[in-house]
Design a protein around this ligand. Structure first.
Ligand SMILES: [Fe+2]
Ligand SMILES: [Fe+2]
Length: 481
């Protein structure tokens, strides 16, 4: 079985795993042969893709973390806000995960736009229980975490789809309303005697950050219950890897990089460590692009998260990247769903051979260390100019014109990155491509900065390989959002 992005699905491909949807017309059983109509429906409903079985992937097995039926029941329980049923499903999730020999959430979630919140809640429960089980917490505690995870966003029902799914920038009022959902979820559980106060505490704290920058209380570190810390980190992971009306999905490795970058700022370090052991950066069935230009599909785990066993498409050769000496200096440079769209492959190919007429990159950062690191990482491929403030950036653009990309820090004295971007846009007839590189990392800032028109958002300190890859993609990205 392997994962195929929706744009790459072809009539005649055989479905390797059932597609779940509350809308029955979209539900597709395992084993069916896809028709053009099926594929169109998957596209219009916002699915990322599907698992298919073909000759190259026939023997690639992807273990289900929880039973398919449990998953479906979870969706119904959350959609109906049926607390009795939620308790029952929570128990089943804990049971299913306790039976696994090796805890690893390998299956990508396939969901439509309309079922987003329900699928999300069940996913968050599966990830949370996986983390909690790996931490060897007592079963009672794990059960509590499962219930809290299923319930964490129940309060979004009170907000309504117009705000939840809004494509454009949220106004202050809408933003405030979104930030009330932990309280709404808490209130919905308050009257229910089946739910303990520690479950409610975990629910209300699921957007609190380690450094106190979260909401609703602004609690920090030890003031946040462990259950909430776990739910918080996996919640962000799941949101990043999903496709929403306003953004494309991150690949698992990119989302994990993001989470790692946010440790001690947003997320608890211990939780982040454990998360990396239960969520694979390159799950079996996922397409990867190698630094030697070969395309492959991941076929199995190894003990090294970043070096799985892969199967190369052109010759069906199986390579264990953690051992094969021939592949010692070959690494994975891209993975996930966007890789399969031909557009991205072209970008990578283009970059490989590009020389002469280097593209111009402007780095704006008040920290000289961070400025230097970014410059060093990019200098070989780009013409890099580094500046220390928003004002210097505005002056530079006035004098020299718009560069191909501006890498902008957010937290700077005098004029911060977001205001600098706003001023640039106001003064500049041409469009400017912005990539935020910053230590300010809550998800709402990410979303807001994207709404401010940034093409990407990276946490620092960023790994140089990762930074180069994101910069290459940002430079080639179309500006319309
Ligand atoms: Fe939430
Ligand atoms: Fe959530």
């Amino acid at each position: 079985m392997r994962f195929v992005a929706v744009d790459e699905l072809k009539p005649g491909m055989k479905l390797g795993r059932k597609i779940i949807n509350r809308n029955v017309t979209c539900m597709l059983q395992k084993g069916i042969v896809l028709s053009g109509v099926n594929i169109e429906r998957l596209k219009t409903n916002g699915y990322l893709g599907a698992y298919i079985t073909d000759s190259i992937s026939e023997d690639i097995e992807i273990e289900e973390t929880v039973n398919e039926k449990t998953f479906e029941e979870g969706i119904t329980a959350v959609a109906d806000a049926d607390v009795g049923m939620i308790l029952d499903v929570a128990k089943k999730i804990v049971d299913d995960i306790s039976k696994l020999d090796r805890i690893s959430v390998d299956m990508l979630d396939l969901r439509s736009f309309d079922d987003y919140t329900y699928h999300h809640s069940v996913n968050v429960a599966v990830y949370s229980v996986a983390v909690a089980a790996k931490m060897d917490l007592p079963e009672e505690k794990i059960q509590e975490i499962a219930v809290a995870a299923l319930c964490h966003d129940l309060g979004k029902i009170k907000i309504g789809p117009a705000i939840i799914n809004k494509k454009g920038r949220l106004n202050d009022e809408e933003f405030e309303e979104i930030r009330r959902h932990p309280q709404y979820s808490y209130d919905m559980l308050y009257e229910n005697h089946m739910v303990s106060s520690s479950v409610r505490q975990a629910v209300i704290c699921h957007h609190e950050n380690e450094n106190g920058s979260g909401y609703p209380y602004g609690r920090e570190g030890d003031e946040i219950p462990l259950a909430a810390k776990i739910i918080h980190a996996v919640d962000v992971y799941d949101a990043l890897t999903s496709r929403r009306s306003y953004k494309e999905p991150y690949s698992p490795v990119d989302a994990l990089e993001y989470i790692i970058g946010g440790q001690d700022i947003l997320f608890d370090r211990k939780v982040v460590d454990i998360m990396q052991t239960v969520i694979p950066a390159y799950p079996p069935g996922m397409d990867v692009m190698l630094s030697n230009g070969q395309r492959a599909v991941v076929s199995a785990h190894t003990t090294e998260a970043l070096r799985p066993v892969i199967r190369i498409y052109e010759n069906a050769k199986e390579v264990d990247l953690s051992r094969d000496p021939e592949y010692e200096s070959v690494f994975i440079i891209a993975s996930g769903i966007l890789l399969q769209s031909s557009e991205k492959v072209e970008i990578l190919n283009e970059n490989r051979g590009r020389d002469g007429g280097k593209k111009k990159v402007l780095v704006v950062d008040d920290s000289s260390i961070s400025r230097g690191q970014t410059k060093t990482a990019l200098e070989g491929d780009y013409e890099v100019t580094a500046l220390e403030s928003g004002v210097a950036c505005l002056n530079y653009v006035k004098a020299k014109g718009v560069p191909d990309l501006i890498i902008m820090d957010i937290e700077m004295p005098m004029m911060d990155g977001v205001s600098t971007v706003e001023k640039l846009r106001a003064n500049c007839p041409q469009d400017v491509k912005i990539l935020f590189l910053t230590a300010v990392a809550d998800r709402d800032t990410v979303i807001r900065s994207r709404q401010a028109g940034a093409v990407d958002y990276i946490l620092k300190p960023a790994n140089p390989i990762y930074l180069r890859e994101r910069v290459a993609i940002a430079i080639d990205k179309n500006l319309e959002r």
